[in-house]
Design a binder for this molecule. Structure first.
Ligand code: C2E
Ligand code: CA
Ligand code: CA
Ligand code: CA
Length: 275
């Protein structure tokens, strides 16, 4: 039994080694992925709930690795954040999203996710300004999605950056609302323009009284503060009906539209399908 324990430990050690090695390889691959043109953006519709009208898109990054195939952002974004390559990747996302959106025939909003590392770079607002000038996108069409966890590393720094971004005319949305440590004090401390309720609160909102109470409270909070509320992860008609009845402003989720290449939305954007 003793020997077995030892072997188990060795195996565990070996697999830890393999995991660390795997991570180092991914870090290296990520450093080259922009230059190798392995990223692309997909876009997910955001719709006004009362009318069903399209108001904008969230840009979501996709990585096709030449050997691993599609690697989800939930796997590679944290690695890119730890290893520093998120700065380059984030700049690629922002530039690409703004460039594409500037060419659309309708002036829809483009929402772009920003990571903690980007937000804490003292040059970030200057970069945003430069990208707007370079791509010709009107500042009022850009919305940056920021999670609470991205704010807490250095709150004074994050606050200064948010104010600079807003001075450009760019809006900021609080992403994944309700999942952080102190959503309410963060809502008060930072000048957000929109609340995005996390999808975990929308799942079964039509059937779960406790969840419904929480969502109603967030909608009341938005109304009181004068902030529009977007519900993420709307997957069913019943969830949408609940949100409509409770006067939620905007919805996003598989029921309203899955993320897809921009060509899939050609009617709105005027971007022709590639042949
Ligand atoms: P997020 O910002 O909360 O993005 C929403 C995620 O929910 C997306 O996953 C989207 O595809 C998914 N989703 C949309 N509708 C539904 C639905 O009805 N049901 C369910 N179950 N899921 C839905 P995705 O694209 O895999 O992205 C995951 C996370 O990766 C994002 O969460 C965001 O934190 C991060 N991410 C994605 N793109 C970027 C990016 O360009 N930059 C940065 N920094 N992070 C990104
Ligand atoms: Ca987001
Ligand atoms: Ca979210
Ligand atoms: Ca659901």
């Amino acid at each position: 039994a003793k020997a077995e324990g030892k072997d188990t430990f060795r195996y565990f050690e070996a697999s830890m080694g393999a995991e660390a090695r795997d991570r180092r390889i991914m870090e290296q691959d990520l450093r080259q992925a922009v230059a190798r043109d392995e990223f692309r953006l997909v876009y997910q519709p955001q719709k006004e709930i009362s009318s069903g009208r399209m108001v904008g898109f969230e840009a979501l990054i996709r990585w096709r690795h030449p050997e691993r195939g599609d690697v989800p952002p939930s796997v590679f974004i944290p690695v890119a954040e730890d290893s520093g390559s998120i700065a380059q990747i984030g700049e690629w996302v922002l530039t690409t999203a703004c460039k594409e959106a500037a060419s659309w025939r309708n002036p829809l909003t483009i929402a772009v996710n920003v990571s903690a590392v980007q937000l804490h770079n003292p040059d970030f607002s200057r970069k945003v300004h430069e990208v707007l000038l370079r791509t010709g996108l009107a500042a009022g069409r850009l919305e940056l999605e920021i999670t609470e966890t991205a704010l807490i590393k250095d709150m004074p720094r994050a606050l200064a950056t948010l104010r600079q971004i807003k001075a450009l005319g760019v809006r900021v949305a609080m992403d994944d609302f309700g999942t952080g440590y102190s959503s309410l004090s963060n809502l008060r401390a930072f000048p957000f323009d929109k609340i995005k309720i996390d999808g975990s609160f929308i799942k079964s909102v039509d059937r779960n009284g406790q969840v419904a109470t929480i969502v109603r409270a967030v909608l009341g909070l938005g109304r009181g503060l004068g902030l529009p509320v977007l519900a993420e992860g709307v997957e069913t008609l019943d969830e949408l009906r609940f949100l409509d009845a409770e006067d939620c402003d905007i919805g996003q989720g598989y029921y309203l539209g899955r993320p897809g290449p921009i060509e899939a939305f050609g009617e709105l954007t005027g971007v022709p399908a590639a042949d």
